[in-house]
Design a protein around this ligand. Structure first.
Ligand code: SF4
Length: 449
């Protein structure tokens, strides 16, 4: 990189990446739990894609039954610590809490869930679940992300032999590699993995299906297969200069920051992030926290159309991120290294049938912004080269097509869930899919006996 930002002191890194939401103390957790009205037909529970019995787990915190509280949570969600720390609770459970209607602060469900699960791990994971005796059937899972882990946990408890194949050196998927360290640590995700492994799930890391093990062999070795591969391929912007030194993909950048070896991660003095989703916000705030002096978001549409949640936008603004709306990059300028980014202003037309306004360049409005680093966050896609190896697998708009009751694909032996079927949602949606798919798989295998 041409113009790297100076390295910070270890204390500054620790301070910049300190947790955004510190944990409850035991007394404050009980006080918050006691505010809950334990609503009948609770709207918070309905708003959670995994339908955690929120009022029950909160009641158990209030009565000091923390083990029981953790059990209630895990019964619905196997990656509950990740969800407690990284879920957009403002728009899910907490957004639905009845206190909002009264104009009062909603119950801090995410922090209470975190309190119960943190305590469970701190106490050495006391046994909560007993797997059923082995039933002689085996399921292979591709991908140890939240969907694969949830599917594996559920199947192992039903008595299945479960093997998860993961290409990366550590399991957990985006929970391990793709969440900003001021939200959660890699260890949080690995604790969840450890719990799932304690049910007998085997995880083989560093194994790429379709490369190290053929699809044919996988299909032969297992009675059913679950595809939980997420969106593995970054979308390209397709503008000149993407190959220059100093251009990064957002997930690749976040992954390096997540390993917590902050001093070894170079960041430019001036950083432009292209895109305005939640991943773009993570990347831009991480660049700032690593020591970048100027950080900016370039987005072709307006503030109202950006997909990042409001709280992510506010966090970025409070970190000093400058937002250039209706600004599209045209080319990245430089000979070997990034030196600038050339943009064009965009005008927005009338909303189409889906309410989306078309963005058109304003002729002659090109301008350059000097930058040392460009991070591209313009979306992720499924790996079509991999998916095309699975016989008779129907794909639509780049997503694996499933029956949404059973999660079975057009190849009856293969099931799928998570980002590869929904195009990229929250961890909690993947966790819900994985759990429900496990029951679809069980039904399929049982019906063939
Ligand atoms: Fe408690 Fe709010 Fe859920 Fe009611 S909606 S049960 S008050 S968290």
């Amino acid at each position: 990189m041409n113009n790297p930002a100076p390295k910070l002191s270890p204390e500054q890194y620790e301070q910049n990446f300190a947790e955004l939401h510190p944990p409850f103390t035991p007394n404050s957790a009980v006080a918050e739990a006691n505010r809950c009205l334990y609503c009948f037909d609770s709207p918070c529970m309905k708003a959670c894609p995994t339908h955690i019995d929120i009022s029950t787990f909160i009641k158990k915190i209030a009565t000091g039954n923390l083990k029981g509280s953790a059990k209630t949570i895990f019964e619905s969600n196997w990656v509950a610590l990740t969800c407690a720390k990284a879920c957009p609770v403002d728009v899910l459970c907490e957004g639905a809490c009845v206190y909002n209607e009264r104009g009062e602060e909603p119950i801090q469900i995410g922090r209470l869930q975190r309190f119960a699960i943190d305590t469970y791990f701190e106490r050495g994971m006391p046994q909560l679940f007993t797997p059923a005796p082995k039933n002689g059937k085996s399921v292979g899972i591709i991908g140890a992300g939240p969907a694969g882990l949830a599917c594996g946990a559920e199947l192992a408890l039903m008595g299945y032999e479960v093997v998860i194949y993961e290409g990366k050196p550590k399991p957990g998927g985006l929970d391990t590699w793709g969440i900003a360290p001021y939200k959660m640590t890699q260890q949080d995700s690995l604790n969840e993995v450890k719990l799932i492994e304690s049910f007998g799930v085997k995880i083989k890391t560093g194994v790429k299906i379709g490369h190290d093990i053929s699809i044919e062999a996988l299909s032969k070795n297992h009675d059913a297969v679950f595809i939980g591969v997420g969106l593995a391929v970054p979308a390209a912007l397709r503008i000149p200069g993407e190959e220059l030194d100093g251009v990064f993909n957002a997930l690749e950048f976040i992954e390096r920051v997540t390993t917590r070896k902050w001093k070894s991660v170079d960041v430019g003095k001036r950083v432009a992030v292209v895109g305005a989703g939640n991943t773009a916000i993570d990347a831009v705030t991480e660049a700032k926290r690593l020591g970048a002096e100027q950080v900016m978001i370039l987005y072709r549409r307006s503030r109202g159309e950006m997909s990042a949640y409001d709280f992510e936008y506010e966090l970025a603004k409070s970190d000093g991120v400058v937002f250039h709306f209706q600004t599209a990059p045209k080319r990245i300028v430089g000979t070997k290294h990034v030196e600038a980014i050339e943009c064009v202003k965009m005008q927005l037309g009338k909303p189409d049938g889906k309410g989306k306004r078309p963005a058109e360049p304003v002729p002659g409005s090109e301008f350059q912004i000097p930058v040392d680093m460009v991070i591209l966050s313009v979306g992720q896609q499924t790996d079509q080269t991999f998916l095309s190896q699975i016989p008779n697998l129907q794909i639509q708009n780049g997503r694996v097509v499933v029956n949404h009751e059973t999660f079975q694909t057009s190849n009856e032996k293969f099931f799928a869930g998570g980002d590869c079927i929904n195009g990229g949602k929250e961890v909690v949606n993947a966790a819900a899919d994985g759990k429900r798919a496990a029951h679809g798989i069980d039904k399929y295998i049982t019906s063939r006996r």
